[in-house]
Design a protein around this ligand. Structure first.
Ligand code: ADP
Ligand code: 5GP
Length: 184
C-alpha cells in the first residue's frame, strides 16, 4: 500500500529544507504540490512550488470538493488537491504533504493511516532567526507567522513523531529513519 507522509510544524522551522534532503535520500517519494492564494515569492514557479490560484479559483475548488484538506494561514488559503494525492496513491507511489497544523488534523481525520511528523524548532528565538534569515517575508509577515507558531507548537503532543530541527544533519537522519521504517 502506498503511504502518505504529512510533514507539519511552524513556518521557518525547516520543513522545506528537510523535505528536500528527504527526497534526495528516499528517491521513490513524490511531493504533493499544494494550492494557495498567496503570491509567488521570487523564483517560485506555478505548478512546481505551488498551484497559485486567485481567491475565486480557490473557492470554486473548495465548492467542487477538490481538496483533501484546506486551511487559512496568516490571511491566505492553502490546500491539498485530491488530484495531487489520489493518482499517486493509486499508482502505489508514497507521497509527502508539507502542510500546516490545521490541515494535518483534517488529514488525520480523513486518513488515520497517514504518517504524521511534527517538526519543532529548538526555541522560538531560533525560529524567528530562521524566518528573518530566510528573507522571504517582511517584518509584519514574520510577526504574523510567529504568532501562529506559538499556537502550532502547542499541538505537538497530537503527533506520533516529533523531530526537533536543531542540527540539520541530525534532524534529517531522524526524518529519514521514520520514513524508511514506515516504507519497509
Ligand atoms: P519551512 O519550510 O518550515 O518554512 P525552511 O525550510 O524554508 O522552513 O527553512 C527556513 C530557514 O531556516 C531557511 O533559511 C533554512 O535554510 C534555515 N534552516 C533550516 N533548518 C535549519 C537548521 N537546522 N539550522 C539553522 N537553519 C536552518
Ligand atoms: P508558505 O507561505 O511559507 O509557503 O506556507 C505557509 C504555511 O502553509 C506553511 O506552514 C506550509 O506548510 C503550509 N501549507 C503549504 N501547503 C499547504 C496545504 O496544501 N495545506 C495546508 N493546510 N497548509 C499548507
Amino acid at each position: 500500500m502506498a503511504r502518505v507522509f504529512v510533514i507539519t510544524g511552524p513556518s521557518g522551522v525547516g520543513k522545506g529544507t528537510l523535505i528536500r534532503g528527504l527526497m534526495e535520500r528516499v528517491a521513490q517519494l513524490e511531493l504533493s504540490v499544494s494550492a494557495t492564494t498567496r503570491a509567488p515569492r521570487l523564483g517560485e514557479r506555478d505548478g512546481v512550488d505551488y498551484h497559485f490560484l486567485t481567491r475565486t479559483e480557490f473557492n470554486t475548488k473548495v465548492n467542487e470538493g477538490a481538496f483533501v484538506e484546506h486551511a487559512d494561514y496568516a490571511g491566505r488559503s492553502y490546500g491539498t488537491l485530491r488530484s495531487e494525492l489520489e493518482r499517486r496513491v493509486r499508482a502505489g507511489t508514497p507521497v509527502v504533504l508539507e502542510i500546516e497544523v490545521q490541515g494535518a488534523r483534517q488529514v488525520r481525520a480523513a486518513m488515520p493511516e497517514a504518517v504524521q511528523v511534527f517538526i519543532a524548532p529548538p526555541s522560538l528565538p531560533a525560529l524567528r532567526t530562521r524566518l528573518v534569515g530566510r528573507g522571504t517575508d517582511d517584518h509584519n509577515e514574520v510577526e504574523r507567522r510567529l504568532m501562529v507558531a506559538e499556537h502550532e507548537l502547542k499541538a505537538q503532543p497530537e503527533f506520533a513523531h516529533v523531530v526537533v530541527n536543531d542540527r540539520l544533519d541530525e534532524a534529517l537522519e531522524r526524518l529519514v529513519a521514520i520514513v524508511t521504517a514506515e516504507l519497509d
